[in-house]
Design a protein around this ligand. Sequence first.
Ligand code: 26Y
Length: 823
Amino acid sequence: AWKKHSIHGFTTKEQFENETVRHIETTLARSLFNCDELAAYSGAALAFRDRLVIEWNKTQQRQTFADQKRVYYLSLEFLMGRALDNAMLNVGLKDVARDGLKELGFRIEDVISQEHDAALGNGGLGRLAACFLDSMATLNYPAWGYGLRYRYGIFKQEIVDGYQVEIPDYWLDFNPWEFPRHDITVDIQFYGYVRKEINEDGKTVAIWEGGEIVDAVAFDVPIPGYGTSTTNNLRLWSSKASKGEFDFQKFNSGDYEASVGDQQRAETISAVLYPNDNLDRGKELRLKQQYFWCAASLYDIVRRFKKSKKPFSQFPEKVAIQLNDTHPTLAIVELQRILVDIEGLEWSEAWSIVQATFSYANHTVMPEALEKWSVPLMQNLLPRHLQIIYEVNMQFLQYVEKTFPKDRDMLSRVSIIEESNPKMVRMAYLATIGSHKVNGVAELHSDLIKTTIFKDFVTIYGPDKFTNVTNGITPRRWLHQANPKLSELIASKLGGYDFLTDLTKLNKLENFLDDEKFKKEWQAIKYDNKVRLARHIKETTGVTVNPKALFDIQVKRIHEYKRQQLNILGVIHRYLSIKAMNPEERKKLQPRVSIFGGKAAPGYWMAKTIIHLVCSVGEVVNNDKDVGDLLKVVYVEDYNVSKAEIIVPASDISEHISTAGTEASGTSNMKFVLNGGLIIGTCDGANIEITREISTDNIFLFGNLAEDVEDLRHAHTYGSFRLDADLARVFSAIKSNMFGDASRFSALCNSITDHGDYYLVSDDFNSYIKTHELVDEAYKDQTAWLEKCITSVARMGFFSSDRCIQEYADMIWNIEPLDPESS
Ligand code: 26Y
């Protein structure tokens, strides 16, 4: 009887138009007469949302019924970008929508660009989580994401007078992609004290009492797979004052303001994404965020498991929990607390369940990014959790002492508690001890963590606990959506779009290297993409760039280790060289546009100085009549996912030039190559594996190797080091106030000349400059360049996040897909 009531999504243009108009007129209560692009976006989004919801419900029912093991991906960041375009492509109805919108009087691109990015992340780690959700749904894995519903995502960046200014990103005004679940609310406790009690079985139990309660309310976001009806769930928690806690005393006694204040304090927990990337600041509110989110997610996961009435010994057969870096490490402690304090399991049985459930991915080796929490802070906020951490640590250290009795220093080295003042909880150690697998995100990085931060843990647990899963990107967003023309051209040669779900199929492109028509089309698409970016640059910065010039792009978070300073110092060197050339020499020079983009953490002064130097150099170079089109320098404001979709397809070359051994993987390197750009890079992170796949002929590598970094730093510290001569000239130019008041840049220059050059800018400067000369040379032979680009794309199959998720599923999570067609 229910069948005739079931809703069916639209499939034709007419149905799509009907649905869109219906939503505009009823859901939005707007008249079609004054329907602007925003209203058209809203109507179309709601029409597509209806379609997703139907499949989403079915998927959840199917997964519940099948009762297979699920994976829960815990991440404090999900950098999703826009959803409508992705939804249209994933359900295969973008053409229908394009035609329908056209009849309603709109261009689909204009409608799509009305959407506000969901920017709940900083950079690579958050975007990786978003790519993983896409792959998990596409591969039909029963998978949920758990995160926080920040009211303010990553700030919007404006460049004012050459400086970064941060504007709050309030993004929830109209968000059709989330569904509040007010019925799914979890009480989260903070502060208070722990009491011991003897229960009826004569067992001592810990009871955590007092403190305050905040409510976690679930908001669900549908995650459609590509070419499948599987639609997974991303659950984001929002904080709210607890009804039970709301202080009626204050309210009744007339202190209305104070009671509203409590309300606001509770809502603060999920108010804002911390804008630091690879930099730990140890703020109490951040720890509150972490516990709030871990506790709500664990409660939800355990509740779902308990519905099956299975014993907890089977928990790891039904549940895998993946930790995206150490940010969710408290989930380990929380599960142990639930099992022991609430469910009454024995400590050791509970701990085996915990270890079998969790796995931890590490995304950095840099000391300033490794999370540590002060013991007094944790004692105050989470007293029971600190006790559990101490107990875990004691048992672990007893085992270590027994197993390695000769190495007394080992105990203090591997202790979860660092004996500093104040004492600190080392989250990476806790995550490692509480998980059954630990992985790095590219081969070099996975090797490095085994010989540095986790060296002792390899000795203790053996090498099998540590593994590598090289990162990947979703070809749906990063090829098909961002570069539809290239995707279409590839499909025309490979006989369809199968490569989007099996990216290794791209290798057949190598058969067309002699196909002149194909190559011309490829080149024309790249040119169109550059024109599109040039237009964006003109509109947003006022600078005119020539799309025939070589586009050289570095877009990523601004960080000293990523070395945007190396890039801009190289640009200055180029500028000085142009100024010194005669007209004949200038004629032979390859014209270039140096494009920068990326946000600096608001409190990271050196990063902000780098932005200011780039803008100041642009000011001078772009207005120098001697230079003309030979060199332009632009800073693209507010780099984010939707900007990346315009920028990435438009590169000739992109820069991935971190100091060797510092960039765990990098993922934009993969995006640029997949879009037919070449890269200049160091032997770092995934650059190494990209080189192995596409061959050294197709990449411009330079610089010192990771294994030499330590010695080079030593040489800087002990004075046996001379500044590169070209770099010295660049510093002189800066000091002559060529780019404005030099004092603004002195800290940046001094970090290289006087303070040890920690990121080895001077050591790599010469080979960087020389390698850029090779780039210029190579670009002159457009035929050979084009062949390098096509060959590289053909060999990028390995870097699909589908391959990556497959590896996690098989080696770490031990889960099987659930095919929607088979049931
Ligand atoms: C501790 C806290 C402040 C913190 C917040 C964010 C620490 C780190 C981060 C973000 C780290 C991040 O984005 N890491 C990047 O992860 C990518 C995905 O694995 C890698 O490709 C990239 O090399 C790495 O820097």
